[in-house]
Write a protein that binds this ligand. Structure first.
Ligand SMILES: C[S@@+](CC[C@H](N)C(=O)[O-])C[C@H]1O[C@@H](n2cnc3c(N)ncnc32)[C@H](O)[C@@H]1O
Length: 339
């Protein structure tokens, strides 16, 4: 055997579903087996999970047609040959094609809400979920929130979560991609929010002339050209339009910062995720008093500005010294994760 052949055999994952007669026989054994196969394949995690065990459980449950949370008796249930064969197919696609598990199960969670997801949209994972669950406290009086804009809605995750968090608010969910909007509509319908969440096509604020909001939230594309080239294969399954934002990753953020003030009510909030492009943004807009939010569950690169701060242009020195701190005392918290 050649050295290269031996190497590739050594790296080949074990038969993931144990399709032979001695394969795993219970749900629990199947999860453990799938976890070993995923680990051996040295995959990238970052699309809703950060470890092999969670992805193994998600794929096994999908193959078995079961839902979380699992009980002990369910874990001891026998796993039939048909389910093992379905799992084998899922693992093969996850490992060979590097397809994120969520695109295989077509289901994910965001701010405690279940969503349909496929390759027409980015897999929801924004830390903004945490802020929505807290109803944007302490930054705004939730009782006064009547109009919210989710700019670059993708699956509709942020818009739907906002509509649930603010039952008296109407939400505009806009995106440039008609394919993404089709997915957002599925989710809005499933959550019976069609009366309060309006899904429409817009190039940034282009189709929103005259509209004003109490909160504008956006998780726009923010990956720069070089960073995009270096992303793990998993990210190539996501729409390029959802990731790529020009040379420095700021194409979308620039438009948002230019136009948001005209679409905010007095005291209104702009919240934007820019991920690892936060440093470039601070350099590009040294006079804006960005408040960088910190999150208990990780992630970062999300800034907040009030409408009045968007139009204010204090001299550079003054803005640096008057930079506001978040309630937790953390004014900069830039996540290491991609997107
Ligand atoms: C990073 S994804 C965010 C999706 C979703 N909000 C989330 O958090 O999972 C960015 C979204 O912005 C959309 N987008 C890109 N350029 C846009 C533009 N010029 N105007 C409006 N939406 C745009 C993409 O189609 C994509 O759905």
């Amino acid at each position: 055997m050649k050295a290269s052949e031996a190497h590739s055999r050594a790296r080949r994952p074990p038969d993931p579903a144990g399709s032979g007669a001695r394969g795993p026989t219970t749900v629990r054994a199947l999860i453990e087996h799938a976890e070993r196969a995923l680990r051996a394949a040295r995959l990238h995690y970052g699309h809703g999970t950060d470890n092999a065990r969670d992805e193994a459980a998600a794929l096994v449950l999908h193959a078995l047609g079961m839902r979380r949370p699992l009980t002990w008796p369910q874990l001891r249930r026998p796993a039939g040959a048909a389910a093992r064969a379905r799992l084998a197919q899922l693992l093969t696609r996850r490992i060979r094609e590097r397809i994120p598990a969520v695109y295989l199960t077509r289901r994910c969670w965001f701010a405690g809400i279940a969503l349909y997801v496929d390759q027409r949209v980015l897999i929801p994972r924004s830390p903004i979920a945490e802020l929505i669950v807290r109803r944007f406290a302490p930054w705004i009086d939730a009782a006064r929130v009547r109009r919210v804009l989710d700019l670059g809605t993708g699956s509709g995750c942020i818009a739907i979560a906002c509509a649930r968090a603010f039952p008296r608010a109407r939400v505009d969910a806009v995106d440039l991609s008609p394919a993404a909007l089709a997915v957002a509509r599925v989710n809005v319908r499933r959550h019976r929010l069609a009366r309060r969440v309006r899904v429409r096509r817009s190039d940034h604020f282009g189709a929103l002339r005259g509209a004003r909001y109490d909160i504008i939230v956006s998780n726009p594309p923010y990956v720069g050209e070089r960073e995009l080239q270096g992303l793990p294969r998993e990210y190539r399954h996501e729409p390029r339009l959802a990731l790529a934002a020009g040379e420095d990753g700021l194409d979308s953020a620039r438009v948002i910062l230019r136009d948001a003030a005209a679409h905010l009510n007095p005291g209104g909030l702009l919240i934007v995720e820019v991920g690892d492009s936060a440093t470039a943004l601070r350099r590009a807009f040294p006079r804006l008093p960005f408040v960088w939010l910190a999150f208990e569950r990780g992630g970062g690169g999300v800034f907040l500005l009030e409408r009045e701060q968007l139009s204010a242009r204090p001299p550079r020195k003054a803005s640096m010294t008057s930079r506001r701190r978040g309630r937790n005392g953390n004014d900069q918290h830039v996540g290491q994760h991609h997107r």
